[in-house]
Write a protein that binds this ligand. Structure first.
Ligand code: CP
Ligand code: NVA
Length: 308
């Protein structure tokens, strides 16, 4: 039985294997074929925060694979009506896999600790591993072999950035991050990333132009993540010079791609011109959430994942 709480839970070879299953399933899906690899399997989503992409892409993906899904929002009383441990113990009796979106990463860790079925992190304050896998798969579709390329991250060193950092290290993509002082990875995060992805080639700067210089793709995310709404005004000031706009895109490699996990705050971290422009691959990224999660589910609930 396997969990996916962070990308530390997967080896490079396992990520490659998931991508290969993904490619096969995506090709079949585009030809109208939906291979029922997981008939009778039950996925339960337990979400403490809003979601469009993660929720719908997981649910749609499970339907394509012949399984079923159920969504539980905050009305299920998770952690309030009963303890996380009791909730998890009971859920494990009904489900084959739980996808959890939690305010605090520790809640997802506790879910995995007490639940007898597989648990997947569908975003916490610490990480967003399914997003990072879909992003790395997307870059692979665009450029082929990832190794030797640079991904530029412009903005907050947040949950998505942390997962991408480990993923880049595992797959040989260089990561150049431009983040204002005070919002960069702290020592604890850096030590964790280095431990999980010792081969990561990480370049950190406060200058966005320097980070994008050699980049094949430029990625940004909101300046205030879910749970940080009260910091929005302060962050808007701190990140004002970190907007991805046409001027910054012109400093990157010719034809560099623009990436964003979405939802975006247009006019803040990215301009309409860039996110709607020809270099933007944000819809391909969002589409790949579903394909890669099908790869994860098929790998995790099939015979291969069971070996781990
Ligand atoms: N990118 C992403 O996880 O989107 P949602 O918050 O809509 O799920
Ligand atoms: N960093 C963002 C990602 C949303 C998908 C957040 O946590 O709100």
């Amino acid at each position: 039985m396997r969990n996916l709480l962070t990308l530390a839970d997967l080896t490079s070879a396992e990520i490659e294997r998931i991508f290969s299953i993904t490619e096969d399933l995506k090709n079949k899906y585009q030809k109208g074929l939906r291979e029922p690899l997981l008939p009778g399997r039950m996925m339960v989503l337990v979400f403490e925060k809003p979601s469009l992409r993660t929720r719908v892409s997981f649910e749609a993906g499970m339907v394509h694979l012949g399984g079923s899904s159920m969504f539980l929002g905050t009305d299920a009383g998770f952690g309030r009506r009963e303890s996380v441990a009791d909730f998890a113990r009971v859920l494990g009796e009904y489900a084959d896999v739980v996808v959890i979106r939690a305010n605090r990463h520790q809640t997802a860790v506790d879910m995995a600790k007490y639940c007898s079925c597989s648990v997947i992190n569908g975003l916490t304050d610490f990480g967003h591993p399914c997003q990072a896998l879909a992003d790395l798969y997307t870059i692979g579709e665009l450029v082929g072999n990832l190794s030797g390329h640079t991904l530029a991250w412009i903005g907050d060193a947040n949950n998505v950035a942390r997962s991408l950092a480990v993923g880049c290290g595992k797959l040989g993509l260089r990561l150049a991050m431009a983040t204002p002082k005070g919002y960069q990875f702290d020592e604890k995060s850096l030590a964790w990333i280095r431990q999980q992805a010792p081969k990561l080639d990480l370049f950190v700067t406060t200058d966005p132009a320097e980070a994008v210089r050699d980049a094949v793709a430029i990625y940004t995310d909101v300046w205030a993540s879910m749970g940080q709404e009260s910091e929005r005004d302060v962050r808007r000031q701190a990140f004002a010079a970190y907007q991805v706009n046409a001027e910054l895109m012109s400093r990157a490699q010719r034809g560099a791609f623009f990436m964003h996990c979405l939802p975006a705050r247009r006019g803040e971290e990215v301009t309409d011109e860039v996110i709607d422009g020809p270099q933007s691959v944000v819809i391909q990224q969002a589409a790949n959430r579903m394909h890669v999660q099908k790869g994860i589910l098929a790998w995790m609930l099939g015979r291969e994942g069971a070996k781990g």
